[in-house]
Design a binder for this molecule. Structure first.
Ligand code: ATP
Ligand code: MG
Length: 708
């Protein structure tokens, strides 16, 4: 078995060397640092294209993995592939997501430290698939004991549940994650996975009540209708046809994957049993899901005074039953608002428009908090208290930079998040480079790079940043609007070098900023945001009256989600922007203390098709993923570095002194070797344990001589 494995490995090494070095014109280089024209975006795209055309979807930039979504099964995720990558040095095999996983795992085991793997890219680029492959890799290759199989299975099965509740079909991706996810996989001192912990970020609640044409609500609604048992559906008062529900049919594609919905329901039901959900949990959970559907079907009418009424109380009765609330109290809360006067509470009727708003706010709040409850519940099933001194590998699957024709509050938050992560990446890469040079005793040559802290500050600085200005507008007494927010921005950050508003007409040929818009110059380029909806989304208001109803619900899950203490606390809860800012800052704290690996995913075309390589789209992503900047930082010093023994092992046949065996210290052997083949002093540096080669051409020449 071992020798067979060794044979395969050798074959791969040979193929890799051919691919990377001698046959590079055909299949490109497997590490971008070996590109001669490393500052040229065209050279970068050419290399990616060459490799993609040969189904080589992975390429490195040093230790960062670039992955292009193949949109087809390539047969590269088999158990034998996993075994191949196990315990092998990073550069001995072709680039693969398994190499990243294995490298992090081995370092963690050897040094007993914590790691994270940050996976980013735009929607549909393959982030979630990559994170699943990594999880599968650990599940298959890590040592395991019988008693810990449950922990492993729970880690694996948490995925289908979270995807059912947090993913949806969008125009960009049939299984798009509508939340950011960070998952710690915990290992004991023997490297056995023993538990985990998940943190979710900013679930897209607006999808619960509205979907664009061609898009769907979260999968779970359709799965429940398609696959749910007859008895369950009748208990929930639901029909099978999703078209009957307003919240499911606005995108006009409710029925498109009814077959897979039915199968997915089975997968999700099975996963629920693995992660320890009781029937009572499920009853409460689906009671909530069904209530959301009933809520969407409540029809409002207007009476003579212009106040909202609900003539047909059929849906109200179902919701009241499922959530354990009083129907008339719920009806009142959906059509009235409590206003606190000096000494008493006054109840005033809502207009039709405000009632619709209250209903949708209730659906969003209920779904959003239930999702958080679900994550907590999964976490309690992943906890393993028996193990102390655990080390972790964190997987971060988070939305990449987003630039659409119209960009709103969500894009603003997402792009701010990417701005922060980019800062971390550049700083860590620079630091790692510097640390390696210092360790190797090589003089550090400072690298010029763009520090995007200035943009992060513009967004997040206390009292002065955009989020603070937005919060101020949200709490200001008097009529604050999205427009007055924009005016405040102009007044307070209008002169900032990375900020523009509509007052500034763009130069000829550049898109002018329209009414209600501002533009940020992000590290990755310009993005124009429309302030429409910023205040409402940041406030995310749920009328107190409705909160009271939900706090008193008999549904156990809702009782945990809407605590009475929240009603007693008269202070405003933090806004969505501030909450996001705080959760990002905790995320960065989590990441800063760990060793990083990075995977950057690229979507090859907009049509979800295999073998289509859209140059324009790819260039765009290379820019937004900051890949050229990363390559520049990584290449500023030396293109290639290898431990002396590895270098010598490969090239010893080129020098009579080192062939067939060199018995002295490897460093001396390498020195002899490169002197013999004529390296010039400016082409290399010798460190304590590694040789550093400045230009790829030096290495290619050596490789060609070797082949000859
Ligand atoms: P989002 O931000 O919308 O969640 P994402 O980056 O997570 O997007 P995925 O859901 O991982 O994107 O991938 C989209 C689809 O692309 C998958 O459902 C799958 O069909 C295909 N895909 C992605 N990666 C691979 C791969 N390595 N091999 C084969 N198909 C893939
Ligand atoms: Mg995803």
């Amino acid at each position: 078995m071992e020798s067979k494995k060794e044979d395969v490995r050798r074959k791969h090494i040979r193929l890799h060397m051919e691919g990377a070095l001698t046959a590079r014109d055909k299949v490109g280089v497997q590490d971008f640092v070996l590109l001669d024209a490393y500052t040229s975006e065209s050279a970068f795209v050419d290399n990616l294209r060459k490799r993609f055309s040969k189904n080589l979807i992975y390429t490195y930039i040093g230790t960062l993995l670039v992955s292009v979504n193949p949109y087809q099964e390539l047969g590269i995720y088999t158990v034998s592939q996993m075994e191949l990558y196990q315990g092998v040095n990073f550069f001995e095999l072709p680039p693969h997501v398994y190499a990243i996983a294995d490298n992090a795992y081995r370092m963690m085991c050897a040094e007993l430290n914590n790691h994270f793997i940050l996976i980013s890219g735009e929607s549909g680029a393959g982030k979630t698939e990559a994170s699943k492959k990594i999880l599968e890799y650990f599940a298959v290759t890590c040592p395991m004991t019988q008693s810990l199989q449950i922990a492993r299975d729970r880690l694996l099965f948490s995925n289908p549940v979270l995807e059912a509740f947090g993913n949806a079909r969008t125009l960009r991706n049939d299984n798009s994650s509508r939340f950011g996810k960070y998952m710690d996989i915990q290992f004991d001192f023997q490297g056995i996975p023993v538990g985990g912990h998940i943190i979710s970020y900013l679930i897209e609640k607006s999808r619960v009540v509205y979907q664009n044409e061609g898009e769907r609500n979260f999968h779970i609604f359709y799965q429940l209708l398609a696959g749910g048992e007859e008895e369950r559906l009748s208990y929930l008062g639901l029909e099978r046809d999703p078209q009957l529900y307003k919240y499911l049919s606005q995108g006009h594609c409710a029925k498109e994957s009814s077959i897979s919905d039915k199968n997915d329901w089975k997968t999700v039901s099975n996963a629920f049993s693995v992660i320890d959900f009781t029937e009572a949990d499920l009853e409460n959970l689906f009671g909530i899901i069904a209530s959301v559907l009933h809520l969407g079907n409540i029809g409002f009418e207007e009476d003579d005074q212009g106040c909202a009424t609900i003539p047909d109380t059929h849906e109200i009765k179902w919701i009241a039953k499922l959530l354990g609330v009083h129907p008339s109290v719920l009806l009142e809360a959906l059509t009235h608002r409590k206003i606190e006067a000096k000494t008493e509470e006054v109840i005033c009727p809502l207009t039709l428009e405000l009632s619709v708003y209250a209903r949708d706010a209730m659906a969003k709040a209920v779904y959003g908090r239930t999702f958080t409850w679900l994550v907590n519940k999964i976490n309690s099933s992943l906890v393993n208290k028996d193990f102390t001194g655990k080390t972790v590998i964190g997987l971060l699957d988070i939305y990449g930079f987003e630039v659409f024709d119209k960009n709103g509050f969500e894009q603003f938050c997402i792009n701010y998040c990417n701005e922060k992560l980019q800062q971390l990446l550049i700083e860590r890469t620079l630091k790692a480079e510097q640390a390696e040079y210092e360790m190797e005793g090589i003089e550090w040559e400072p690298i010029k790079y763009f520090n995007n802290k200035i943009i992060c500050d513009l967004v997040e600085e206390r009292h002065k940043g955009i989020i603070s200005i937005l919060d101020e507008e949200c709490i200001r007494p008097g009529p604050a609007t999205d427009l007055s927010f924009l005016e405040k921005l102009e007044e307070k950050v209008g002169k900032h070098a990375h900020f523009e508003t509509r007052k500034l007409a763009g130069p000829k040929g550049r898109k002018r900023i329209g009414w209600m818009e501002f533009r940020l110059l992000h590290y990755a380029g310009e993005v124009t945001y429309c302030t429409k909806g910023f205040l409402e989304k940041n406030n995310d208001l749920l009328y107190r009256h409705l909160k009271e109803v939900l706090c008193k619900s008999k549904n156990i899950i809702l009782r945990e989600c809407f605590l009475l203490a929240e009603l007693e606390n008269r202070r405003r809860p933090p806004t969505v922007g501030t909450q996001f800012k705080n959760s990002l800052s905790s995320l960065l704290e989590i990441l800063i203390s760990k060793e990083p690996s990075y995977i950057r995913c690229i979507k090859p075309n907009d049509r979800k098709e295999p073998s289509k390589f859209d140059d324009f789209l790819i260039r765009h992503q290379i820019k937004y993923l900051g890949l050229m900047e990363h390559l520049r930082v990584r290449r500023a010093g030396f293109a290639y570095r290898r431990k002396y023994e590895h270098f010598l092992q490969r090239y010893k046949s080129l020098c009579p002194d080192t062939w067939p065996h060199w018995h002295g210290p490897p460093a001396e052997g390498v020195e002899r070797l490169i002197k013999y083949i004529g390296y010039k002093p400016e082409e290399y540096k010798l460190g304590k344990t590694k040789i550093f080669i400045r230009f790829p051409r030096t290495l290619f020449a050596t490789e060609d001589a070797f082949e000859f």
